[in-house]
Design a protein around this ligand. Structure first.
Ligand code: CA
Length: 272
């Protein structure tokens, strides 16, 4: 709900509302209410859960005749309003009617599954667990608050690739080129597997333990090449679920100067 004069109104007692996962933002009239709940029965049985309230003036909730101008006061007095947030929902561009959630929105993954969806499905056989754009909820494992389910924070980087090494000398510490972490919003995970493999982030000391990387970090790998000719050792770097295998292959064996082995003298000696 955005740029409204009066929000949700229940002006007769006896009805029960489940007000869940709603955003109340930029109420235009500071003399009316985000929520107006009249009557003891409606007020007692109705619920407010996991909503975001954001107004330039006060939050305004009228509940069973009492006026509340802060979320904390409403929660304290009524025991309702659990999981709710008083903060900017960070719409992508509300003035242009884009009410999707931008990165960092407190509404992302702050919703709750309402039993109403299952009731609707049981009654009508229609699954309405989706947002206004038809995106199946939830994404990121948890429902978002508001009309749109966000794709959440992007922690999956763009593909990356180390340059494989060939012709490496035997038993030599070999360091890869750098790859730059791109395509994520902020941070993501780093996991390295492979015997003897190590990684370095932005030139820091080489390490092996799982870690996190940040957008535009540079990552290099190193490993000791095989003690055998023409043999590869491999490291698999996993950044936010995207992997690349970096291999170091030793040079081929030099041809044996003694070959061919069967020389005339030996052959003649064998045929007496
Ligand atoms: Ca979500």
């Amino acid at each position: 709900m955005y740029d409204y004069d009066s929000g949700i109104n229940m002006a007769s007692d006896g009805r029960v509302l489940s007000i869940t996962n709603n955003i109340f933002s930029n109420r235009a009239d500071n003399t009316v209410n985000d929520i107006y709940m009249e009557g003891a029965t409606s007020s007692s049985n109705s619920t407010v859960d996991n909503c975001v309230f954001y107004n330039s003036g006060d939050i305004r909730i009228s509940w069973n005749g009492s006026q509340y101008t802060s979320l904390a006061a409403f929660q304290s007095a009524t025991g309702k309003g659990g999981g709710s947030i008083s903060a900017d929902p960070l719409f992508t561009n509300a003035t242009d009617n884009n009410f999707t959630l931008s990165v960092g929105s407190p509404a992302i993954d702050s919703g709750v599954v309402s039993a109403a969806y299952q009731t609707f499905f049981d009654r009508y056989g229609i699954d309405i667990q989706e947002d206004i754009a038809g995106t199946t909820r939830p994404l990121g494992g948890v429902w978002d608050i508001g009309a749109y389910e966000s794709g959440g924070i992007d922690s999956t980087p763009a593909a990356f690739s180390f340059t494989d090494v060939t012709g490496a000398t035997l038993s030599t510490v070999t360091t890869s080129d750098n790859v730059t972490v791109t395509g994520i919003d902020n941070t993501t995970t780093l996991t390295l597997t492979g015997t003897g493999c190590e990684y370095s982030i932005n030139g820091a000391a080489f390490a092996t333990a799982d870690d996190n990387v940040t957008l535009n970090d540079n990552v290099a790998l190193r490993v000791t090449s095989s003690a055998s000719h023409n043999t590869a050792v491999s490291c698999v770097l996993n950044i936010g679920g995207v992997t690349d295998t970096w291999s170091v292959t030793t040079l081929a064996a030099v041809a044996d100067p003694q070959t061919p082995r069967f020389r005339g003298s030996s052959m003649s000696g064998g045929w007496r």
